[in-house]
Design a protein around this ligand. Structure first.
Ligand code: ZN
Length: 346
């Protein structure tokens, strides 16, 4: 008989976008209801490049957490070619946990990203010394590399040399999407881990094209072939402490995704843990969900595990098709209008 209910240590989201202003106020409550902590990405416009900006952003986020919910944003700084090495100590003193490396032009608001990793080496040394993590968007931006191959090329061209040069730096390969990334992280020695999104566990690239172009399934790194999805499910459900939950929930107004040049990102926050439960259940691995969602992340970051518990019940429910977003716009959550089998209990 299959389980009708599962109880987990309260999970954390190790990769989250909450934007700013009115948009932020409409998405933070969804994550705060599900997660105790979230690693908040710094790709605002302009990006969060200093400890002072990160501390101010944390205060703005905290002001949108509904009363009675316990939710801690873990702040990150946006690494640029010009980030001074001293910013690492300032970031640590301000309670930030990591710097985010975006190759220039790789995704939403990444124009200020790094043009050549070697320009950042003094700062990376300072990160390593301060014990801060480096979170990487693992795709090359070389236009000659096929968009579906950019992650695996990143491993060879950038990640392996980077890890050789900084063996003590804790690196998270964010939103791993390929069998090559899963295999590299699983087998590599030392301080490397990866987050995996719900959409990359649940869908392959056919989802973007089924019955017409479906912009709400477009994210970066883009969904890949089925063999990659299967490798990610295997990694996430393997029990390996190197893989943990990071939704990469990336809210954009619906009209900016349903557009001639639609924005990249899936808004998964409203049903995040339920989406992961769906994927783990389909793999017959619900017993591995707690490690992935609640233990491996804090263990890798060197933070305490949460102590509160949450319960999911096997209870069919429909994800809302549309939700209010920011100032008079709307947002369409991942799998909106579709039925999920697990529901987080209030
Ligand atoms: Zn992201």
């Amino acid at each position: 008989m299959s389980a009708t209910s599962i109880t987990l240590t309260r999970p954390d989201d190790w990769h989250l976008h909450v934007r700013d202003g009115a948009a932020m106020a409409s998405v933070v409550p969804a994550s705060a209801r599900q997660f105790a902590r979230a690693v908040v990405m710094p790709n605002l416009k302009p990006p969060v490049t200093t400890a002072a900006l990160a501390a101010a952003y944390r205060e703005r986020i905290q002001a949108t957490v509904p009363a009675g919910l316990d939710f801690q944003p873990l702040m990150t700084l946006y690494l640029t070619d010009n980030t001074p090495p001293e910013e690492a100590e300032r970031a640590k003193a301000a309670g930030a946990v990591a710097f985010k490396y975006y190759p220039a032009g790789a995704t939403t608001n990444s124009d200020a990203g790094v043009t050549d990793l070697r320009k950042t080496y003094k700062t990376l040394e300072a990160l390593q010394k301060a014990g801060l993590l480096l979170l990487v968007h693992g795709e090359v931006t070389d236009p000659n590399v096929d968009v579906f191959d950019r992650e695996q090329v990143f491993i060879e061209r950038q990640l392996i040399p980077l890890r050789r040069d900084f063996p003590e730096l804790k690196i998270v390969f964010e939103h791993a999407t390929t069998k090559e990334a899963a295999a590299y992280v699983a087998q590599a020695d030392g301080y490397i881990a990866a987050t995996i999104t719900p959409q990359h566990l649940l869908f392959n690239r056919n989802a973007i094209f089924t019955g017409g172009i479906r912009p709400h399934y477009y994210c970066l790194p883009v969904l890949k072939r089925e063999e990659h999805r299967l490798a990610l499910v295997q990694a996430a459900t393997s029990g390996s402490p190197k893989f943990f939950l990071g939704t990469d929930s990336a809210p954009h107004a619906a009209h900016l995704k349903e557009h001639a040049s639609g924005c990249a990102g899936c808004y998964s926050a409203p049903a995040a843990i339920e989406l992961y439960a769906q994927a783990f259940d389909a793999a017959g691995a619900l017993d591995k969900l707690e490690g992935f969602a609640s233990f491996h992340g804090p263990d890798f970051y060197g933070l305490p595990r949460n102590t509160a518990r949450v319960t999911l019940k096997r209870e069919a429910w429909t994800v809302p098709e549309v939700l209010p977003f920011g100032d008079n716009t709307q947002i369409k959550p991942l799998m909106g209008g579709e039925t999920l089998d697990w529901k987080l209990q209030p």
